[in-house]
Design a binder for this molecule. Sequence first.
Ligand SMILES: Cc1cc2nc3c(=O)[nH]c(=O)nc-3n(C[C@H](O)[C@H](O)[C@H](O)COP(=O)(O)OP(=O)(O)OC[C@H]3O[C@@H](n4cnc5c(N)ncnc54)[C@H](O)[C@@H]3O)c2cc1C
Length: 332
Amino acid sequence: MSTSTTTYETIVIGGSFAGLSAALQIARSCRKVLVIDSSENRNRFAQHAHGFLGHDGKSPSDILTESKAQLRRYSDCTIVENVRVVSIQNLTAEKGASPSFNVVTSDEKTLHTRRIILATGLKDNLPPVEGLQESWGKSVFHCPYCHGYEFRGKPLGLLYTTPIQSHQARLLPDLTKDIILFTGGAINGTESVFPAVQLSTEETALWEKLGIKLEHTPVSKFVRDSNAESELSYVELSDGRKIERRGVLLLPPLTLSTPNLVADLGCDVTPSPFGVDLIKVDPATQVTSIPGVYAAGDSVRPMNVAVAVADGSIAGIMCHQSLVAEDIKKIQ
Ligand SMILES: Cc1cc2nc3c(=O)[nH]c(=O)nc-3n(C[C@H](O)[C@H](O)[C@H](O)COP(=O)(O)OP(=O)(O)OC[C@H]3O[C@@H](n4cnc5c(N)ncnc54)[C@H](O)[C@@H]3O)c2cc1C
C-alpha cells in the first residue's frame, strides 16, 4: 500500500452528476480537487436521460464523458476512473480542529485530504424476476418524469409494492388511459421476490374512479418486444396469462452505494419515504453531521440528474468557502 505525499484540498468520492458538479466549483476556485469514481452511475442502464435541461434525450454516458472532459481542462482537477474508495479514516484531532482525512482506494493508495464530498449515490437492488435486469432503465423504470413520456398513450403497468407508488400511480393518467396496477408482487419460480400489497377500500375506489385497472396475480416475467428493444411486449403472470404492456414502473429496494464509508465517518442518516436511510445534511450547505464532510446527490435527495447537479454545486461552493474560512482563521 502506498501513501500519497499530496494533500488534496478536497477529495470528491463519486464522479457522476453530483460529484462532478461539486468538483467544477472547487476547480474554478483554483483549489486542488481529486475525483475518485468507480464509474457506475445509477442511470447507466438507460439509453437516454430525460428532463435535464439542455441535455434532454442524450445518453447518460455521453453527458458524463463531456462533463469529465470539461473538468479535465482545469489544472487543479484530477479525475481517476474505475477506482473505488474502500475506507476513510477521520484524522481530525479534536472537536473544532481543522478537518483531516485519509482515504484508501481499491488500487491500494492512501490519500490525504482536508475535505470530503460524498457523491456516491444509491444502489437499485433488482429482485431476480425473469427479464427484469435486461429491461431495467428501458421499458421497466422507476420514475415517471424520467421515462414516462416515452410511453404516453401506450399500455402501461405499475408493479405496486411500496406506499410511495400510490403517489406515482396518481400521476400516470396524465400519460395514458391504459394503466394496470399489479398488486400481487412478483415471483421467481415459486419464491416471492416482491411482496403483494393489500389495498384499502378507499384506494380501490380511487383507482376505479381514475380508470386504473387492478391485477392481483403475481408477476413472473417481463418479456421485451423483439421489434422495439426499448419496449416490453407483455408481462407474464404466475398463472401463465400474458398481459400486453409496453412499459412498467417499478421501485426496487434501495440502499446507499457506500454505507461502509458513511459508517467510517459516522455521518448521521435519516429515514426516507423511499425505504432507505439517506445521508443527513444541512440543505443550505450540504454539510453532514461530520465537520469537513459534505454530501450531495441521490444519497441525500434522490430525485434526478438536475437535482444532483444542483446539490453538488452547492456542496462544491460551500466546501470551497469552508477552506477559505479555515485558512483565514489560521492567519488571524
Ligand atoms: C434506470 C434509471 C434511469 C434514470 N433515468 C433518469 C433520467 O432519464 N433523467 C434523470 O434526470 N434522472 C434519471 N435517473 C436518476 C439519476 O440516475 C440519478 O438521480 C443521478 O444519477 C444521481 O446522481 P448522483 O451523482 O447522486 O449518483 P450516481 O449518478 O449514481 O453516481 C454515483 C457515482 O459514485 C460512484 N461511486 C459509488 N461508490 C463509490 C466508491 N466507493 N468509490 C468511488 N466511486 C463510487 C459510482 O460509480 C457513480 O459513478 C435514473 C435512475 C435510474 C435508476
